[in-house]
Ligand binder design. Structure first.
Ligand SMILES: Nc1nc2c(c(=O)[nH]1)N[C@H]1C(S)=C(S)[C@@H](COP(=O)(O)OP(=O)(O)OC[C@H]3O[C@@H](n4cnc5c(=O)[nH]c(N)nc54)[C@H](O)[C@@H]3O)O[C@H]1N2
Ligand SMILES: Nc1nc2c(c(=O)[nH]1)N[C@H]1C(S)=C(S)[C@@H](COP(=O)(O)OP(=O)(O)OC[C@H]3O[C@@H](n4cnc5c(=O)[nH]c(N)nc54)[C@H](O)[C@@H]3O)O[C@H]1N2
Ligand SMILES: [Mo]
Length: 774
């Protein structure tokens, strides 16, 4: 029974609404995760699989990148991790019969939810030019097809090699090596749409584009600020860390336009208090900020900290860490002048906060000797995200909160190995030192010119500058902005290739020819010529460890990601390549030896990764308060303050995740904590804004994007839900609303699509027109 997907397309979108909840996790979460897992895997496989998640001899959860504590529970997973595992370990299968029964044109009318629910891909499939259906193809023939198209290109830069963030370190290292040996730096990745703004801001100011804290630092902090992040849904294991931090006396400030249940209260299913008691209240101060108001808020706090330091008497009583600023930073004077100019009225307008709340926040900040700021997409997906995150860095530098225990920057990553993929060189703008090391180790001259990021890759495909699109995982068509533009761009390609575990929309919006290459997932046994293999991943805090799958692979035709890259490389590069692709495929330890030779911090990789707890990568600011920036110091910066201006009668829309999805993978149609059931085409609007717009609770509207290019972007048939979000702001789920995000509306410097900052008007309609697939 478990192996049968639902018949027909279940997306009816008849949302039912109850009031939002005020606590996350607890027993309902456990029940829910077991139910979803059993529907996909059956009872026995559920028990066997879930007990291995995040265990030292098990596999890394394919959910989020939050680290594992050293002392683990028998059940070291969360509700949403269980859903991610079930999605991969499902017993449902997509076979060649399925493709014979469903022409691509039919599949293109299905929702992303329906496509994903069909189960695991089992065989390589090929869509010839002009054909209506995918047909089975051998691996050899599939590699020939890719090689033919790649070698026919006028230049290697006409190919694009995308990566999503689940790819292991070994596969990622091989993949970038292949792309560069082929001759291009066109290595866009999901990070371009995700934490790129964090990387840009942190590299410039601290010299390392990663977080500067370890998990233990959370337990030592006096104050943890969680800005623009919904951990109850997207990083549920973080709630355990926050609970422990609170037990050790930490205070928490949440900054968010939405009152997210997971930040209000956590009922930990692993302890008695969480199961039977009321759980733990997490947030001490909730700042219900307007979308995009964070830079203004942090700027004003910085001004207030400086003013507090002026009035504090005596040495050491200062509100700022003068010694740290003197010894370790650059640019303080210019920054301080800009901060002192911050204006209360402007800040209140930009943030929608009141003065008393900001004063309370200031008192908590000044009372804390060790402060961590955590953030995610609420800070990274705005036009002014990079200066916003730089302002967070200013805020931490002022009081010396970098490179000391219990303090630092904590960009909470998304995909489970997105950070590792970057470390392995998946980056369209690689550092010269990295390319030098590749050149030394492998004896070819890697291309030096920068490649395309996601947005530039879409433009290049659209304009015919790129002709082959190859994806190592992910769902580029649904995850990217401006859906209609992206789909047209993909359709303009000569060939689109996806290495995937599950069916998704990117397989059905294709180039002239298309290939689906099915691969092993994290949970599965990976047997190669050299015996059973494991892979490695890096979590959000720079810890590297092994991941071993144990399940029987979903089909005997699957190849691992490293094997796919090695075979493709041999076929495309031919005998001239001096890289030992065959050996790499047989034995991933041989890949790790090369990683050790190329990437600093991986010395003795094979030996160190045999420690089940893994090892920490070096991080100069964290480890020694040294800053590998252009100035050799931590840089204060002084950008001008920006915040979105929204014309009258319009709302600022953020596109975010429900509780039942993993990016473009839809697990179900509920968003439990927000009180929404059985529907995804909803838009959350403040009751007073809705009143002014004449929209009753339950009214149906089209969301119409307004952008300076004057092109109308429309997402049809959304139900208005009166919801306690910040005034002037609205929220809807991604990817249904990606059609509204203009390709050119991106963050300055990082070029990340501004998915949390879309100006829309709401046009009332009747509930009939709601058939667009997700
Ligand atoms: N279960 C599950 N886990 C996931 C994912 C998933 O889809 N499902 N996705 C993974 C990935 S790739 C990522 S990147 C992370 C994403 O993790 P999150 O960033 O938590 O994901 P979003 O749903 O985009 O939520 C953004 C949060 O920021 C708030 N926000 C939006 N705009 C602003 C703003 O201008 N200022 C402030 N202060 N807050 C704002 C929103 O109200 C919301 O609470 O999660 C990862 N983990
Ligand atoms: N509007 C809007 N757009 C956004 C965002 C937003 O908040 N709002 N968030 C952005 C963010 S943060 C991100 S990270 C991107 C996500 O962009 P992507 O990473 O491209 O998208 P996913 O939905 O995570 O990819 C899911 C697909 O990955 C494949 N897959 C799963 N596991 C594996 C595996 O082990 N190996 C391989 N080869 N394939 C696998 C499956 O086929 C599945 O269908 O979306 C971005 N887009
Ligand atoms: Mo992400």
């Amino acid at each position: 029974m478990a192996a049968k997907p639902p018949a027909g397309d279940p997306v009816q979108d008849a949302p039912e609404v109850t009031p939002p909840q005020h606590a996350a996790a607890g027993l309902p979460a456990v029940g829910r995760s077991l139910r979803i897992a059993q529907q996909q895997m059956g009872v026995r496989r559920t028990a066997l699989t879930l007990l291995r998640v995040n265990q030292k001899d098990g596999f890394d959860c394919p959910g989020c990148a939050w680290p594992e504590p050293d002392k683990r529970h028998a059940a070291e997973f969360c509700e949403n991790g269980a859903k991610a595992v079930a999605e991969e370990a499902t017993l449902r299968r997509v076979t060649p019969d399925f493709f014979a029964a469903h022409p691509v044109a039919d599949l293109a009318t299905r929702s992303g939810y329906w496509l994903g629910q069909q189960g695991r891909l089992t065989q390589p499939m090929y869509l010839p030019e002009g054909a209506e259906r995918y047909e089975p193809v051998s691996w050899d023939r599939a590699f020939d097809i890719v090689a033919d198209e790649l070698t026919a290109l006028g230049s290697p830069d006409e190919a694009v090699f995308y990566t999503s963030g689940r790819t292991s370190n070994e596969a990622a290292f091989l993949y970038q090596l292949f792309a560069r040996e082929f001759g291009t730096n066109n290595l866009p990745d999901c990070s371009n749409m995700c934490h790129e703004s964090s990387g840009s801001a942190l590299t410039e100011t601290l010299g390392v584009g990663k977080g500067s804290v370890l998990l233990e630092d959370h337990y030592k902090a006096d104050l943890i600020v969680v800005a623009g992040q919904n951990p109850g849904t997207n990083h549920p294991r973080m709630l355990s860390a926050l609970e422990k931090a609170k037990a050790n006396g930490a205070k928490i400030i949440s900054i968010n336009p939405l009152p997210e249940a997971g930040l209000e209260r956590f009922k930990n299913p692993q302890n008695a208090r969480g199961i039977a008691g009321g759980g733990t209240a997490l947030t001490d101060l909730f700042l219900q900020i307007r979308l995009g108001g964070d830079q203004a808020l942090f700027r004003l706090l910085n001004k207030l900290i400086l003013e507090a330091s002026d009035s504090a008497s005596g040495a050491g009583g200062g509100a700022i860490d003068e010694e740290f600023i003197r010894e370790h930073t650059h640019g303080f004077e210019e920054f301080a002048a800009a901060a002192r100019a911050a204006d209360w009225d402007e800040t209140l307008r930009a943030t929608g906060l009141d003065r008393a709340d900001i004063d309370r926040a200031l008192r908590m900040v000044l009372a804390s000797k060790r402060t961590i700021v955590c953030w995610a997409m609420g800070l990274t997906q705005h036009k002014h995200s990079v200066p916003t995150i730089r302002e967070v860095v200013n805020f931490l530098l002022l009081r010396g909160n970098i490179g000391r225990p219990g303090a630092g920057v904590c960009p909470v990553r998304g995909h489970s190995n997105v950070q590792g993929d970057r470390t392995m060189g998946i980056f369209e703008r690689p550092a010269p030192a990295f390319l030098d090391a590749l050149e030394r180790e492998f004896g070819f001259a890697p291309p030096r010119e920068h490649g395309f990021d996601v947005v530039r890759a879409i433009r290049a495909l659209r304009d015919g500058q790129a002709k082959v699109f190859f994806a190592m995982g992910g769902n580029f068509v649904s995850a990217s902005p401006d859906t209609e533009v992206t789909e047209a761009a993909m359709r303009a390609a000569r060939l689109t290739v996806h290495v995937s575990t599950k069916l998704n929309r990117s397989h059905v919006v294709t180039g002239a020819r298309a290939l689906i290459l099915p691969t092993l997932g994290r949970t599965e046994r990976d047997l190669q010529g050299g015996g059973p293999q494991f892979v490695t991943v890096e979590d959000s805090m720079g810890m590297v460890h092994a991941s071993r799958g144990r399940l029987e692979p979903a089909s005997s035709h699957l190849l691992s990601e490293p094997a796919i890259v090695c075979r493709l490389a041999r076929r495309v590069l031919g005998p001239e390549s001096r890289t030992p692709w065959e050996e790499f495929e047989k034995d991933y330890a041989s890949v790790r030896d090369r990683i050790a030779a190329v990437i600093p911090g991986f010395e003795d990789f094979n030996e160190r990764v045999s420690d089940p707890s893994g090892f920490a990568l070096p991080h100069a600011p964290r480890d020694s308060r040294s800053f590998p920036t252009a100035t050799g110091k931590a840089n204060f910066t002084a950008a001008s303050v920006e915040y979105p201006e929204v014309p009258a009668g319009r709302l600022l829309l953020q596109t975010l995740r429900s509780h039942d999805q993993y990016n473009t993978t839809i697990y179900g149609l509920d968003d439990r904590y927000r009180g929404i059931k059985n529907g995804r085409r909803v838009v959350l609007v403040h009751p007073e804004d809705a009143g002014e717009l004449g929209l009753a609770d339950g009214a149906y509207v089209d969301l119409v994007g307004e952008w300076k290019d004057g092109i109308e972007r429309r997402a049809t048939g959304f139900r208005v839900i009166h919801y306690p979000t910040a005034r002037g702001c609205a929220a809807s789920y991604y990817p249904e609303t990606n059609v509204l995000v203009p390709l050119d509306s991106t963050a300055d410097t990082s070029n990340t699509p501004a998915s949390k900052s879309v100006v829309v008007r709401l046009e009332q309609t009747t509930p009939a027109a709601q058939t667009t697939p997700a």
